[in-house]
Design a protein around this ligand. Structure first.
Ligand code: SAM
Length: 267
């Protein structure tokens, strides 16, 4: 069974996130972070699991001289992103209707990569991290943010309801909830997939360990999105060894390769 219907989610994703102060805070952190980056001009920037393009279009606005590759397999998400890129006149966004495994990015080519709230849904997050690392040019930068804790749908509903009643009043709040009702359906599916291990959950430490296991050099780790998500800012070192010494498992621990090459889970 497909855990999440991303196309159904795409229809309401931007609307609901526009009213979600935790998501707005994450977007603001992304913009504040990457605007300070000095990237070698002309090299591509790759956003994976790019959804409706909130972050890929953010890259395109911040770095108009770089091609931005929006890697996203879902047609509903891509239709929204393409419409927004056209409306904003952003000619430097290329939509790659692919998953992370078959995205066509030359190894060692990218100036920067990002993956926001998407890695946990991928079939093999450690392999995806290794792929992102391989796409980067030496010294390339990474903005990686992932929900580590299972989404508590009722807790989020109460939080958002309180915020909406304060900002748009009770009638406005009811309207937003009704228009965004697909969000709650998809978030319940996401929660089930997180609890049954289909989707990856992790602590900040395990997320950092996974990023380091893919041979990134971690610059900073933060929690965000009301404590649900872990944010790592990292880079591909200028020189370095091969990836894959320690792989995360899907429930927040890590799987370390022992001296014999056998895998063992740690919590
Ligand atoms: C919650 S959305 C996040 C979208 C966007 N990054 C954001 O934060 O607004 C997760 C996205 O990951 C995409 N996704 C799922 N599996 C994928 C895969 N194997 N490769 C690339 N993207 C994938 C989904 O289609 C969905 O659009």
């Amino acid at each position: 069974m497909q855990a999440t219907d991303w196309s159904s989610y795409a229809a309401v994703y931007d609307m609901i996130q526009a009213y979600n102060p935790a998501y707005q805070d994450l977007v603001a952190r992304f913009e504040a972070e990457v605007r300070g980056w000095s990237l070698p001009s002309g090299r591509p920037i790759v956003d994976v699991g790019a959804g409706t393009g909130v972050f890929s279009l953010g890259w395109a606005r911040a770095f108009p001289d770089h091609p931005v590759v929006h890697v996203e397999p879902d047609p509903g998400m891509n239709a929204v992103a393409a419409r927004k890129a056209r409306a904003a006149g952003l000619g430097n966004v290329r939509i790659a209707a692919r998953g992370v495994d078959d995205a066509d990015v030359a190894p060692g080519s990218a100036a920067a990569v990002s993956c926001v709230h998407a890695l946990y849904t991928f079939p093999d997050p450690p392999a995806a991290l290794a792929r992102l690392h391989a796409w980067l040019a030496p010294g390339g930068r990474a903005f990686l943010c992932d929900p580590g804790r299972p989404v508590d749908v009722w807790e989020w509903s109460r939080f958002l309801a309180g915020h909406l009643v304060r900002t748009v009043g009770p009638v406005g709040a009811a309207r937003v909830f009704w228009r965004g009702r697909e969000t709650w359906r998809q978030n319940r599916r996401i929660r089930r997939a997180q609890l049954d291990g289909t989707y990856w959950t992790h602590s900040p430490e395990a997320f950092r360990a996974a990023v380091e296991a893919a041979d990134f050099e971690v610059e900073r780790v933060e929690t965000c999105f009301r404590g649900y998500s872990d944010l790592v800012v990292a880079r591909r070192p200028l020189g370095g060894a091969g990836a894959g010494r320690q792989r995360p498992d899907r429930r927040g621990g890590t799987i370390a390769a022992g001296p014999t090459g056998c895998m063992r889970a740690t919590r």
